[in-house]
Design a protein around this ligand. Structure first.
Ligand SMILES: Nc1nc2c(c(=O)[nH]1)N[C@@H](CN(C=O)c1ccc(C(=O)N[C@@H](CCC(=O)O)C(=O)O)cc1)CN2
Length: 298
C-alpha cells in the first residue's frame, strides 16, 4: 500500500548547505583580512567506528570550507589526566580557534573533566559548563551544536515557539538538556521526559513541538504524536535510524525532520559556523556576514 505522508519535511541537508556556504565565504574573508585561516582541533579518544566516522565528516566539511583542522587521536586505554592535558594544550595554542572532543569518550575517561579543559572561547561544540550557563541565560557563547541546529531548523520553517508546548524526550548534557533551555529561551513551555517518566505517550501527545533526543530507535510512534505537531527527530542510532517511527509520525505531524537528512547535517554546519565565529573573535576582526552577527542564544 502506498504511504500517504501528510507532514512537510524539514530539509536539514539544504539548510546545512546554506550555513556551510556562509561559513566558507566568511572563512575566505577572514583569511584574506588576517592571513590566518580558522582552525578546528578534533579529539577522538578510543576506537568507536561511529565516532571516527563523525570526526572524519567534520574534517571533510572543514576542508571544503577552507577551515584547517588538527587531529589528536588517543587510545581507549588513556587516562583522564592525559586527555585533559592534551585538550589543555590545544586550549593554550593560539593557532587553534575551536576544539571538538568527540562524545562519547570511553567509560573510564571522565568526559566532564575533559570538556572543562576546553577554553570557553574555543568551545565551538558548546559542551562546557560555561557555554551551557551562557546559553541558558541568553548570553554570548556557543550553543551545543545539535540543539543550535534544531533551533535553526525551527526558525527556517517559521515554527512559532512562544507559548507553545514543547516536549523534549531525553536529558543528555549535549542534546536534551540544552535544547530544552533554548526552547525555554524562546518562551516555549518546556517539559522534559526521560527514562523515569511515567506514561510517556500521554505527555508526548500534549506537544506542539516534540523533540526526540533519547537514542532509542523508533521509540516514539505515530499514535504518540498530537495531530499537527512539529516533530524533530534528533536520534542518530546505528543504521541511520531515528528515535521516531517516521512513517506513522509523518501521517500525524505538520512538519517533521527525516533521518538521515534532518538534524544530523545541521550539527556539523553549526560546528563550522561557530568555529569561524570563534576565530573571528580571537583574531579581533569584524565580519559583515549574517553568521558573524547571528549568534544570539536568547
Ligand atoms: N562532541 C560531540 N559529540 C557528538 C555530537 C556532537 O554534537 N558533539 N553529536 C553526535 C554525533 N554527531 C556528531 O558528532 C553527528 C551525528 C550525525 C550526523 C549526520 O549528519 N548524520 C547524517 C547521516 C550520516 C551518514 O550519512 O552516515 C544525517 O542525519 O543525515 C552528524 C553528526 C554524538 N557525538
Amino acid at each position: 500500500m502506498p504511504l500517504t505522508t501528510t507532514a512537510r519535511l524539514m530539509d536539514g541537508t539544504a539548510l546545512a548547505a546554506e550555513v556551510l556556504a556562509t561559513a566558507a565565504r566568511d572563512t575566505t574573508a577572514l583569511t584574506e583580512q588576517t592571513g590566518v585561516a580558522p582552525c578546528l582541533a578534533t579529539v577522538l579518544v578510543g576506537d568507536d567506528p561511529g565516532s571516527a566516522t563523525y570526526v572524519k565528516m567534520k574534517q571533510n566539511r572543514c576542508a571544503k570550507a577552507g577551515i584547517r583542522s588538527r587531529h589528536v587521536a588517543l587510545p581507549a586505554t588513556v587516562s583522564t589526566a592525559e586527555v585533559v592535558d592534551a585538550v589543555g594544550r590545544l586550549s593554550a595554542d593560539p593557532e587553534v580557534h575551536g576544539i571538538l572532543v568527540q562524545h562519547p569518550a570511553p567509560p573510564a575517561v571522565d568526559e566532564r573533566a575533559v570538556f572543562e579543559a576546553i577554553d570557553p572561547r574555543k568551545d565551538v561544540d558548546g559542551v562546557t559548563l560555561h557555554s551551557y550557563a551562557a546559553m541558558s541565560f541568553g548570553l554570548e557563547g556557543f550553543a551545543s551544536c545539535t540543539p543550535g541546529g534544531i533551533m535553526r531548523l525551527l526558525d527556517a520553517y517559521e515554527v512559532e515557539l512562544a507559548g507553545r508546548q514543547a516536549v523534549v524526550v531525553g536529558r543528555s548534557p549535549i542534546l536534551g538538556k540544552p535544547v530544552g533551555m533554548l526552547l525555554l529561551g524562546r518562551d516555549a513551555t518546556v517539559t522534559y521526559c526521560h527514562s523515569r517518566t511515567r506514561d510517556l505517550p500521554e505527555i508526548t501527545r500534549t506537544a506542539d513541538v516534540l523533540v526526540a533526543a533519547v537514542g532509542r530507535p523508533e521509540l516514539l510512534r505515530g499514535g504518540w504524536i498530537k495531530p499537527g505537531a512539529v516533530v524533530i527527530d534528533a536520534g542518530y542510532n546505528p543504521g541511520n535510524v531515528g528515535d521516531v517511527e517516521f512513517d506513522s509520525a509523518a501521517r500525524r505531524a505538520s512538519l517533521i525532520t527525516p533521518v538521515p537528512g534532518g538534524v544530523g547535517p545541521m550539527t556539523i554546519a553549526v560546528l563550522l559556523e561557530q568555529t569561524v565565529l570563534a576565530a573571528t573573535r580571537q583574531l579581533g576582526v569584524a565580519l559583515a556576514s549574517a553568521a558573524a552577527g547571528s549568534q544570539s542564544t536568547d
